[in-house]
Write a protein that binds this ligand. Structure first.
Ligand code: SF4
Ligand code: SF4
Length: 93
């Protein structure tokens, strides 16, 4: 059978082998207009910064390069908005 590009299995393995990083979901309080910096305060690597926005509280952004996937921010988040997941390739803002 002819194949095109990497197999699904190879892609899946690649995702599993990449380090986990913090992923901030839509339940983050700041998206509801509530100021919060608990994740940034809890991060031992200072891997979460807050980007100023007009009309909304600063947005939490994870630096996927410096995030170690330790999970400290997961427990610190009052909105249960953070999970650990695969890093997005090329996004190390
Ligand atoms: S998983 Fe750890 S290193 Fe990564 S952002 Fe959260 S607290 Fe920081
Ligand atoms: S701790 Fe949770 S709710 Fe607060 S800014 Fe971070 S992700 Fe959002």
């Amino acid at each position: 059978m002819e194949t095109q590009g990497p197999s699904r299995r190879a892609l899946f393995r690649g995702q599993l082998l990449s380090k986990p990083v913090a992923v901030i979901g839509d339940d983050c309080f700041v998206e509801a207009g509530i100021v919060c910096r608990s994740c940034g305060d809890s991060c031992p690597e200072s891997a979460i910064r807050f980007r100023p926005r007009i009309g909304l509280p600063p947005q939490a952004i994870v630096n996927e390069t410096t995030c170690t996937g330790c999970g400290e921010c997961v427990g610190a988040c009052p909105g249960e908005a953070i999970t650990l997941g695969a890093a997005r390739r090329g996004d190390a803002s």
